[in-house]
Design a protein around this ligand. Structure first.
Ligand SMILES: Cc1cc2nc3c(=O)[nH]c(=O)nc-3n(C[C@H](O)[C@H](O)[C@H](O)COP(=O)(O)O)c2cc1C
Length: 428
């Protein structure tokens, strides 16, 4: 397969104040171009008959919208290669930082919630908590593996996930070194809820719009590939940091990272889970149980993006509890361009992508959708305010009552509609 890829370097950066996104968009009709242009030979999958799952996001071509979310499924060369071989649309590697020596993990670091009666050990896993940090592998090793993957899979999309301390030159160095490996885009982890905020990293930046705007400014002045900002759900209004990230030059936002949680207390030992030497710390919640929360956050971001940003130039990558093609279809119906999966891969393996593609195609066939764009964002229009729901319901009741009331006068009886007219005046 041949592939041709080149990047348009960013021509200008335009940091702006929070809340000025709409005015700024009008003032900047031409989006500074940092999109990557890729021409790829079509995959054997897309040649098969049926709906076309391929997507183009910020100039990146993917054979399907399914992306490995940053975490254990993108933690080293072997597993990322496996993801490409199984057919994932793109891979986002485990988050890296300059100094992995500062990252010290503990074990156990996962705890799971089951849906069986009384949390029976045999019940289906619906929730997953982790207290895992970002990659504890040396940056040099990870960069070597990114480079090798890009050499072996030049037409596949590899995205680096990065995080640094509140230090401009550290961010610049990390971006520079990561870009030299040939990665296609960068996702910024502004959202890890545990461990890293203690060092003013991750969610500590994503929860503080002023800090976020400053750090996004540094990043976007330096980066030459598309940048996605990964949002934390651990905030009252997720549209605020999403707006700041896009206004500060990011091409896309990803949502959501894990939800701050305490998985449970062991009622025999009285210690919390996951239990490390008798103690625990709040962790990040993921898997099926977070899917409705993720849908809510993605819906809010998508509405904001539709109202304030030019949809063709900005992207939305949805994450949270995806295990079926239907879960992914829901995110796309809300406006997502791509759908990331992390815990689902940890539970079902890399082959999950085949099931996801088949189920998404089945959904598309059912509605006669030929491409992802045919239904992307279609359900967003059905969200409104509660006040509007009340108004709509009152109007519907008024109309039903008007029909039920039947004829106003005996002169209104007709021959053709006689039976219906009779029924309209029956009481039950
Ligand atoms: C064990 C584990 C480790 C994770 N590590 C990272 C990470 O290094 N960087 C990151 O941005 N997100 C990380 N995440 C968050 C996931 O990428 C994802 O946002 C979240 O788990 C929700 O999606 P899911 O339900 O498909 O897992 C991690 C998640 C899990 C479960």
């Amino acid at each position: 397969m041949s592939s041709l890829s080149f990047n348009h370097f960013k021509t200008g950066n335009s940091n702006s104040a929070i809340g000025l996104a709409r005015r700024r968009r009008q003032a900047l009709p031409i989006r500074p171009s940092r999109v990557a242009f890729k021409v790829c030979a079509s995959s054997s999958e897309s040649e098969a008959a049926g709906p076309d799952l391929s997507v183009n996001v910020n100039g990146l071509h993917m054979p399907n919208p399914f992306v490995i979310g940053s975490g254990p499924p993108g933690t080293n060369y072997t597993v990322m290669k496996r993801a490409f071989d199984e057919g994932w649309g793109a891979v986002i590697a485990k988050t890296v930082s300059l100094d992995a020596a500062k990252v010290i993990n503990v074990t156990p670091r996962y705890a799971r919630l089951r849906a069986g009666a009384n949390g029976s050990a045999k019940g289906e896993i619906i929730g997953w908590e982790n207290i895992e940090l970002i990659s504890d592998r040396p940056l040099e090793t990870m960069l070597k593996e990114f480079k090798q993957l890009k050499e072996e899979y030049p037409d596949r999309i590899l995205i680096a996930s990065i995080m640094e301390e509140y230090n401009k030159s550290a961010w610049e160095e990390l971006i520079d070194r990561v870009e030299q490996t040939g990665v296609d885009a960068i996702e910024i982890n502004f959202s890890c809820p545990h461990g890293m905020p203690e060092r003013k990293m991750g969610a500590a930046v994503g929860q503080d719009c002023a800090l976020l705007e400053e750090v996004c400014g540094w990043i976007n002045a330096k980066a030459t590939v598309p940048v996605w900002a990964k949002m934390t759900p651990n905030i009252t209004d997720i549209t605020q940091p999403a707006r700041v990230a896009l206004s500060s030059g990011c091409e896309g936002v990803s949502a959501i990272n894990t939800i701050m949680s305490v998985m449970g207390i062991n009622l025999n030992t009285l210690h919390p889970e996951p239990c490390v030497e008798g103690y625990s710390t709040p962790g990040g919640y993921s898997a099926k149980a977070v899917h409705p929360i993720a849908l809510g956050k993605v819906m809010n971001i998508a509405k904001m993006m539709k109202a304030e940003f030019d949809g063709d130039n900005y992207s939305l990558s949805a994450i949270g509890g995806v295990e079926t093609g239907g879960d992914a279809a829901e995110f796309i119906l809300l406006g997502a361009d791509t759908v990331q999966v992390c815990t689902g891969v940890m539970m079902h393996g890399y082959g999950l992508v085949k099931k996801l593609c088949t189920e998404l195609k089945d959904f598309m066939k059912q509605h006669n959708f030929k491409t992802i764009e045919d239904f992307r964002g279609v359900s967003l229009q059905y969200f409104t305010t509660h006040t509007d729901l009340v108004k709509r319901q009152q109007e519907a009741i008024r109309q039903r009552k008007a029909i039920k009331k039947g004829l106003q006068s005996d002169k209104d009886w007709t021959g053709d509609g006689f039976v219906k007219e009779s029924e309209s005046m029956v009481s039950n």
